[in-house]
Design a protein around this ligand. Structure first.
Ligand code: SF4
Length: 385
């Protein structure tokens, strides 16, 4: 397979007694080997949940992967076809949202796989069986094949352990090395991220924020993973340190050929380090393409809104135009386009019908009713104010 990561039609819910949050809703994502994909969207769009699902770290309960498949380097990590049978008490459905839940729950999954799909199932989808890696296989995969870096380095570091020991523990878990060999390699990893090896004897609190994040990156790279998931890795750092850490990640990626999923809300970071970008809204990818596609031939009104809400360095008098409104409550998703309430192009159809994915090129896709197979080639449907 040419892909380091393939996610198809992933849906993840969090169920509590009085509500069900639909965090990810039919998400598709692909990363070619050696490439970096930026997953961009506002807080609560389902970015982190997607990252956790790849490592099979969705805590259950309350989290449930209800549908979809995930493969890393061609190996299936997870595949769920049949949504669990559900009792009304487990997921109370507000009357006005009955339509949404219908899309998710009454999809003719395994019982009638040959039937054409309703709304969120694609026509080409084959019948699937539910399967997943065993916990042992997953343990081996985490760190070795896939590593994840979180926003706050302290969530990954143990405050009472010397940093070289923390890195060497990861190495020992995955490689047959003696304690001292693993410690040597840990110090080399520190050097690689720009920290003198002898500082490995220190504890996390002796490092600054940027240095701690470097330690975490060294730890994540210690087993030379095929896929690195970086969840807002520089958000907690100040701007100059942010630039240094990003620069370092770029260099490491070039040296090691690691594929990367960069989760961020910052289009500046995407422009800096990514090859491709997927824009996510209410748990679904609304636009995907190469940097050039998405930056120069923007198709989706939400993507356009993200750009308009950035400061424009060329025209400093231009006013920022934040996207009005808020993302819909993920426990009460509308049945049509989730962006409809905030979209200045919305028509009646947008409120009732979920838009399908259309291709402008093989790579560049959009899910929006503004486009037809004919007009999508021309682009330019959005006003360029
Ligand atoms: Fe706007 Fe309709 Fe497109 Fe959704 S489908 S983004 S509401 S135009």
């Amino acid at each position: 397979t040419p892909y380091a990561l393939e996610i198809e039609d992933l849906s993840v819910e969090f169920r509590t007694r009085d509500r069900t949050v639909y965090a990810v809703n039919g998400l598709d994502l692909k990363i070619r080997k050696g490439e970096t994909l930026g997953l961009v969207g506002e807080t609560g769009a389902g970015k982190t949940t997607t990252g956790l699902a790849i490592l099979n770290l969705i805590q259950s309960p309350p989290g449930v992967v209800t549908h979809g498949s995930i493969s890393v380097n061609g190996s299936c990590v997870l595949r769920i076809a049949e949504p669990e049978a559900e009792t009304p008490e487990e997921a109370p459905v507000p009357a006005e949202n009955a339509g949404t839940v219908k899309l998710q729950k009454e999809t003719p999954a395994e019982k009638e796989p040959e039937k054409p799909a309703k709304a969120i199932r694609r026509k080409d989808q084959k019948p699937q069986i539910a399967e997943a890696m065993t916990e042992k296989e997953l343990q081996a995969m985490r760190g070795k094949t896939v590593s994840m870096i979180f926003q706050d380095p302290m969530t990954s570091l143990n405050p009472v352990l010397k940093v070289e020991r923390q890195i060497s523990e990861v190495i020992e878990k995955h490689e047959k090395l003696s304690r001292s060999e693993a410690l040597d390699k840990a110090r080399q990893m520190l050097e690689l991220v720009g920290i003198p090896g002898e500082r490995g004897k220190e504890y996390p609190h002796q490092f600054s924020g940027g240095m701690k994040q470097r330690v975490v990156i060294a730890m994540a790279l210690a087993c030379n993973p095929d896929l690195l998931i970086a969840d807002e890795p520089t958000t907690a750092l100040d701007v100059t340190i942010q630039a240094q850490v990003l620069d370092m990640m770029k260099k490491l990626r070039e040296q090691n050929g690691t594929s990367m999923l960069m989760i961020t809300h910052d289009l500046g970071i995407v422009a800096e380090v990514c090859d491709c970008v997927s824009v996510i809204y209410a748990g679904r990818v609304v636009e995907h393409g190469t940097l050039e596609d998405v930056f120069d031939h923007t198709l989706h009104p939400y993507t356009k809104g993200l750009f308009n809400s950035l400061p424009n360095m060329k025209d400093r008098k231009a006013r920022l135009q934040p996207i009005p409104g808020l993302m819909p409550d993920p426990s009460r998703l509308p049945e049509g386009c989730a962006f409809a309430d905030r979209c200045r192009y919305a028509t009646d159809r947008c409120f009732h019908e979920r838009p399908e994915v259309l291709h402008r090129t093989e790579e560049h896709t959009v899910a929006c009713h503004l486009y037809t197979p004919e007009n999508i080639q021309k682009g330019g449907v959005l006003d360029h104010e």
